[in-house]
Design a protein. Sequence first.
Length: 193
Amino acid sequence: MALRHAVLAALLDGEYSGYQLAKIFDLSVSNFWHAVPQQLYSELSKLETEGLISGRQVIQRDRPNKRVYTVTQAGIDELERFAATPAKPGIIRENLLVMVQAVDHISADAVIGQLEDRALASAAKVEIFERTLEHLRGGLDEETFLQSATPIGPYLTCLRGRRFEQENYEWFKSTARLLRARAGAHAEGNGSS
C-alpha cells in the first residue's frame, strides 16, 4: 500500500485541511499506517495534481487561511482499483524483538526495562483506542453499532488497533515477568554454588 491510498481513505469522511489530516493520522490511521505531517502535505499536493482530490482555499478572519481537500470520483476509482488488488501480508520489524532474541547473550535488565516501558505505552494506546471507539459509537453499544451504524470502516480499523495494542501489552508484560523470574532464579543459583 502506498501513502496515497491511506490519505484517500482518510479523506472519505469529509473535507479536511492538511493539519486536520495529520490529526486523523495520529488518532486513527496510525494503527495501520505511519506518516509524518511533511509526508502528508507532500502527498496532498501530488494527489491534487493527479486529480484524485480537489482542494479549495478557506479564508479565515482570525487565523491564517487554510486549504481543505475532498476526494474526487477519480480518487474513489483509485481506491476501487486498490481494493481489487490482492493485499500483501504485513511484516514485523521490531527493534525490541531483536533485543529479546539476543537476551541470552546480553544484560536482561535493559531489555526488561524496555519491555516494561513498551507495556506502559501500549496500555496508554489501548485507552486512546477505547475513547475513540466510544466517540465513534456515539450513544450506541458496540453490538448495535457493528450491526447497522456508519461509518464502519474507521471503527473496524480502530478495533484492530486496539486488539494489536492489547496483544502487545500482554506480550510485553508477560515477557518482562518471565525474564525477570529467570534472572532471579539464575542469581539464586549462582549464589548457592
